[in-house]
Design a binder for this molecule. Structure first.
Ligand code: SAM
Length: 558
């Protein structure tokens, strides 16, 4: 469990370099952003806030705490409680003494301005704010109904090894290159009482990148992702930072409805209040204003491997399709997504010469170039094939010309990693040839392309490794090709794949597997015909129109 005190934090020194990095990572949140987060969480003075525990894990100069103090003060008045009843209502931490002092001073001042006596205000402030490392606190100090804040941005390499090791022991999601803020999420989530809520403004990269995977798993397995409000261009902090922030709300309950929202730079306090109204009381389920767009979905995305990125309205459609339809790769329909063969030495293994080796050892091969027009224009490339039909490497003694060709290029072939690892199998390609694949009709998709580009091979060629393939026991390949050509299928890949410079998309297997498709048996005759025809004509609009019908969609939002 993350929040067991593993040892006294005093044992860990706070070297100057870390102090500097921490200072460097101090980014203070604007008051209206704090107000927004508290409003969205329902942390409001009409409730008896003295009876609830709020934790601020990294309080800095007190940006959150001052607003919290005001709300608690107002709540005390409404509920006729003395201020001292609020002594346990807040716990806040910061690594730096200076910040602890500053936060305490600010809280005291805020409470005095609200009319409370200095002694009481100072007592409350002292009880609320403590010097310490949030990631290494004892469980009992952290248990919370609300955790709110703006976790620190500290580069991993700036954290001393001993402290980093302690973080990793405390936080199971902090693997690999995980940033410190991942640990803040984990500790905060685990500290939530049942029904408790987390509200952070923090970098949102963990929702999609490799190092966020464990945290995504924790969230999908045990929590409810309630809101992702992307604020990349919003002026949310006192200083300019390029942190790709989002306000993220997560609660300790089974997954319920979730909201995806995006903003632009014109999103400020008034728009934030407007958004909070929609979020809290909102109908309709989607909204678009000049400053933000938002959509409410019945659930969040169930998988941990990556969460999609798209406009809120499109996300809502993708979420709906993910719930209603099965994945493209599906044992029920015998549909499989795979990648073509990697050789490790294309210059040796790929040839257009027909008389290089025994004819039997030449396997016609599809490369990206052959797919450009949308139908296969095979340029005559063959694989010099070292694999027998039963999946073993051929005996070179049986193929003297093949043997002498490989031997001629022996140096290059033996230098490859696969050959170094298995010296006796020095002439193997990196992947095996799966001979069953050659003669099957298959859709081939080039990896890097600005648009999804399925091309049908009737069963003549073997795919090279920049091509992905789709085979199926049930789907008519032209009908499936029409679906894949549509903007609906593309929207899945677009939302999950990392876009490269110039807008090129990667159509790798893991992204193609995100595409959901209807049951082939449920696609009516006329839609099948329309999809197949659209595929033959490379007509993206017609394919999209037919796809929208079979997915039961009126439109695909941008
Ligand atoms: C990004 S600032 C946010 C401050 C404040 N919550 C706000 O929003 O203005 C992060 C703060 O985390 C503190 N900090 C860094 N590492 C910490 C740790 N391990 N435990 C507690 N506080 C930490 C830093 O001193 C800094 O004040």
């Amino acid at each position: 469990m993350a929040s067991l005190a593993l040892f006294s934090t005093d044992d860990l020194s706070l070297p100057e370099s870390l102090q500097e990095a921490v200072e460097h990572g101090e980014v203070f949140t604007r008051a209206w952003v704090v107000e927004l987060i508290l409003d969205l969480l329902g942390y409001t003075p009409d409730r008896d806030l003295c009876g609830l525990r709020l934790v601020e894990p990294a309080c800095g100069g007190g940006a959150f705490l001052t607003v919290v103090a005001s709300r608690i003060s107002a709540s005390c008045r409404v509920h006729r409680r003395p201020l001292t009843d609020a002594i346990d209502a807040v716990r806040a931490f910061d690594l730096l003494d200076r910040n602890v002092e500053q936060s305490r001073t600010l809280i005291t001042r805020t409470l005095r301005e609200e009319g409370w006596d200095t002694g009481g205000a100072a007592r409350v402030a002292t009880a609320w704010v403590r010097q310490g490392d949030y990631l290494l606190q004892a469980d009992t100090d952290l248990q919370a109904d609300y955790v709110v804040g703006n976790p620190p941005y500290i580069r991993l390499e700036d954290v001393p090894d001993d402290r980093m090791a302690a973080y990793r022991r405390a936080c199971s999601t902090m693997g690999g290159r995980a940033d410190i803020y991942i640990g803040f999420y984990e500790v905060a989530l685990r500290s939530l009482n049942r029904g408790g809520q987390l509200g952070f403004i923090c970098a949102d990269r963990w929702m999609r990148n490799q190092y966020g995977r464990r945290l995504r798993r924790l969230v999908t397995e045990r929590f409810s992702m309630d809101l992702a409000l992307v604020m990349h261009d919003v002026d949310a902090f006192d200083d300019q930072v390029s942190a790709y922030p989002a306000i993220t709300l997560i609660s300790n309950k089974p997954q319920a409805a979730a909201v995806a929202a995006d903003t632009n730079r014109s999103f400020r306090a008034p728009q934030a209040r407007d958004f909070a109204d929609w979020y809290l009381f909102g109908k309709p389920s989607a909204t678009a204003t000049p400053s933000y767009q938002a959509a409410r979905m019945p659930h969040w995305f169930p998988e941990e491997d990556s969460w999609p990125a798209a406009s809120p309205a499109r996300l809502a459609v993708l979420e709906q399709l993910t719930e209603r339809f099965r994945p493209l790769e599906d044992s029920e329909t015998g549909t499989r997504v795979g990648i073509g063969i990697a050789t490790g030495a294309d210059k040796v293994f790929l040839t257009k010469a027909r008389d290089l080796v025994e004819e039997e050892r030449l396997l016609p091969m599809a490369t990206v170039r052959d797919t450009t027009s949308g139908t296969i224009d095979w340029d005559g490339t063959h694989l010099v094939n070292p694999w027998s039909a039963d999946g073993d490497l051929v005996d070179l003694d049986a193929y003297p010309r093949l043997a002498s060709y490989f031997e001629k290029h022996g140096e290059v072939l033996r230098r490859r990693y696969v050959a170094v690892r298995q010296p006796r199998r020095w002439y193997k390609t990196i992947d095996k040839v799966d001979h069953r694949l050659t003669h099957r009709p298959k859709l081939l998709l080039p990896d890097m392309k600005s648009r999804i580009h399925p091309v049908l091979d009737q069963g003549r060629l073997y795919p090279h490794h920049n091509l992905y393939f789709i085979v199926s026991d049930v789907w008519d390949m032209r009908v499936l090709g029409g679906l894949l050509l549509s903007r609906v299928a593309e929207a899945f890949v677009e939302a999950y794949a990392v876009k490269m410079r110039g807008g090129t998309l990667r159509f790798q297997a893991q992204y193609l597997r995100k595409i959901r498709v209807p049951d082939p048996a449920e696609v009516g005759e006329s839609d099948r015909a329309a999809l197949a025809e659209a595929f033959d004509n490379r007509d993206v609009e017609a394919a999209t129109e037919a796809a929208l019908r079979v997915y039961g969609l009126v439109e695909l939002p941008d």
